[in-house]
Design a protein around this ligand. Structure first.
Ligand SMILES: C[S@@+](CC[C@H](N)C(=O)[O-])C[C@H]1O[C@@H](n2cnc3c(N)ncnc32)[C@H](O)[C@@H]1O
Length: 307
């Protein structure tokens, strides 16, 4: 028992140190390639154009998923509860949840300070930090932890530790919900298939797993969670998916174009050829082949006996 307590204290000390280190993510740690701003291994840029894309993606996903979460969190969020959004991006989900649960405290963390700093609900709080370096909160702190679309940011080898950290900061009885999209398109046509080869190679070169979404249940179970509730939604990409399908296609096209500077390192085609493949794939081919993206969801409750 004493051993456990001192181990937890050490971890808290270590995490407090991480907070200080994380808060000092400096401008020089970002690099500019082809006029876009990138951070470390993260596949997408972290600039203002990307903020627009993430906002559009957020509203599309909210419609696709029928809301901002699927787990029964209304049963557990009480006045004073704490909610955490890992890799919160511009913070739209965080802000909406802060409005929906005005008596809870809602926290967002991201390596890029693209979230609002002054005009925001009083119960929302944002921190700059690298979530692969330990979470800067004490054990059993949050009632609900949320994560969406980080497969392009977290190395395959880092997921286990991150999930363990999620379990550590969750209160017993608290809920964790995680959404990821399969990076591969189902029923992809020839142009998309041509893109997917260098795209996967580029991800592997950075230690990222383009198909991580398909392993959510298995991976979260490896971290000690039990009774995982999995589901998925197949998103029709393009006109065959109606207005949302068209928005999804435009958004996916932007995300692939944003990766152009580094994915083209793994091809023998030029940046112009890459661009025309992506434009043709998402403007036309997705409808010809009735392409879909599978959006995977898991939620799980931390049980007392795990602690
Ligand atoms: C695809 S965006 C998703 C944003 C948000 N979760 C959403 O669903 O709208 C991924 C986010 O992860 C952030 N990110 C990347 N690597 C990170 C890291 N190591 N620690 C914290 N955030 C990170 C990026 O800055 C970006 O905002």
């Amino acid at each position: 028992m004493g051993g456990n307590l001192s181990r937890h204290k050490d971890r808290r000390k270590k995490n407090a140190k991480h907070t200080l280190e994380n808060e000092s993510i400096q401008e020089q740690q970002f690099k500019y390639i082809g006029g876009r701003k990138f951070y470390d291994i993260y596949a997408f840029p972290t600039d203002i154009e990307e903020v627009d894309r993430l906002h559009q993606q957020h509203f599309a996903l909210k419609r696709i998923c029928g809301g901002n979460y699927t787990a029964p969190i209304r049963d557990i969020i009480k006045p004073g509860s704490r909610i955490l959004d890992l890799g919160c991006g511009p913070g739209q989900w965080t802000l909406e949840i802060a409005q929906e649960f005005p008596h809870a405290q809602v926290f967002g963390i991201d390596i890029s300070a693209n979230f609002p700093t002054s005009i925001k609900p009083e119960n929302s709080h944002f921190t700059v930090g690298d979530i692969t370096k330990g979470l800067p909160w004490e054990d059993n702190y949050f009632d609900f932890v949320w994560m969406r679309y980080l497969f392009s940011a977290i190395k395959d080898a880092d997921w286990l530790n991150l999930y363990r950290e999620v379990k550590r900061v969750l209160k017993p009885g608290g809920i964790f919900e995680h959404h990821e999209c399969d990076g591969f398109t189902t029923t992809a046509g020839p142009k998309l298939k041509k893109f997917q080869i260098p795209y996967e190679a580029a991800f592997i070169s950075r230690g990222l797993n383009v198909r991580f979404a398909c392993q959510l249940s298995e991976r979260v179970t490896m971290a000690g969670f039990k009774d995982v509730q999995p589901s998925y939604i197949s998103i029709a990409i393009g006109k065959h998916g109606g207005r949302i399908g068209e928005i999804w296609a435009a958004n996916a096209k932007e995300s692939c174009l944003a990766m152009k500077p580094w994915v083209t390192n793994f091809t023998d085609f030029t940046e112009d050829e890459y661009e025309s493949i992506i434009r043709y794939a998402f403007d036309y081919e997705v409808d010809l082949y009735k392409a879909h993206h599978n959006h995977h969801i898991i939620w799980v409750r931390k049980i007392e006996s795990y602690v």
